[in-house]
Structure formats: C-alpha cells, structure tokens
Design a protein around this ligand. Structure first.
Ligand code: DQA
Length: 173
C-alpha cells in the first residue's frame, strides 16, 4: 500500500476560485485536489485531501493522522497566524509537516508574516499558488521515502594492508 499524505486546508479555502482571485487565483479547491491526486500518483504516494472552516475539526484530523498518515501538508489559512492549538497538535504527531500558502504572506499585511505553524514545519512554501502544493508533495515524497537498504558487499579477496608491516622497499627507522 502506498504511503498516504494528509493535505489539510483551513478556513475560507473552500471559497477559492471566487475569493479575492487577484490574490488567490482562479483555481477552485477542487482543482487543487485534482492536482494533488495526480501529483501524488506520479510520485507513488496517495493523498487524503480535506478542508474545514473549524479549528477543532482540523485539530482532530491532525491527531488522527498520527496513526495512519505518513506526513502532513497544511495550508491553515487564517489559523496560521492565530492557532497555538494547531501548532500543538502538529508537534504531537512527530510526522513531517510542510506548510503551504497560495499567496506570499510576506508581501501582505504585517499580521500575516507570523506563522505558528512554521514552528512545527520542516519547510514552508508560499507565493507560488497551487504549484506550492505540487512542490510540497514532491518534497514530502522524499522525506517519507524509506531509506534504501545498504547493498551487500561481495566478500573481498584482497588482503587489507597490515599497518605494522612496512610496505616493501620502504624504510622505517
Ligand atoms: C493563505 C494566507 C493566509 O494569510 C490567509 O488567511 C488564507 C490563505 C494562503 O494560502 O495564501 O486564508 O493561507
């Protein structure tokens, strides 16, 4: 079974497509879900894509992910800037977390420059629109890849040089 990554979206992201398109673009959340599913399939992983306007529901989903998901990609929307509860839930999972924002939060209002989520995130991607989700999935696939087993070495027939015996032709004092 492929590893599954939880892709969580916070408040108002259900309005994508009609919400401030000059900032968030014209793609809908369902377009982004399709993009994530396609990207994940090409990487050999699966996605569980969700959205909620409720902080409590997002916290519950993060808690559930502890047992069943390999990593979390999170666009927490406005909760990014307010939610210690989400930060605590993410920290408690000890899963790799990547934070995503469609807009460049550092080019906007001052209050958007601080993220509680970043304290739990391995990486942050912002300002690249829906491509940020694709990049996050690519990075996550690498983070959760099982480390390759070391290749078994063929038994060597060569003798290892004995440090105590000086090599022929070399003089020692
Ligand atoms: C957002 C940025 C947040 O500041 C804002 O509250 C959002 C969306 C983004 O994707 O750019 O709802 O997370």
């Amino acid at each position: 079974m492929p590893s599954t990554v939880l892709v969580l979206n916070g408040p108002n992201l259900n309005l994508l497509g009609s919400r401030e398109p000059e900032i968030y673009g014209h793609e809908t959340l369902s377009d982004i879900a399709t993009l994530c599913e396609r990207t994940a399939a090409s990487l050999g992983i699966a996605v569980d894509f969700r959205q909620s306007n409720s902080e409590a529901e997002l916290v519950d989903w993060v808690q559930e992910a502890r047992a069943s998901r390999a990593g979390i990609i999170l666009n927490a929307g406005a909760f990014t800037h307010t939610s210690v509860a989400l930060l605590d839930a993410l920290t408690a999972t000890s899963l790799p977390v990547i934070e995503v924002h469609l807009s460049n939060i550092f080019r906007r209002e001052e209050f958007r420059r601080h993220s509680y989520i970043s304290l739990a995130a391995r990486g942050v991607i912002c300002g690249l629109g829906s491509q940020g989700y694709e990049l996050a999935l690519t990075a996550m696939a690498r983070l959760i890849a099982k480390p390759a087993k070391p290749r078994a070495r063929a038994p060597s027939t060569q003798k290892t040089p004995n440090k105590k015996t000086p090599a022929k032709g070399k003089r020692t004092r």
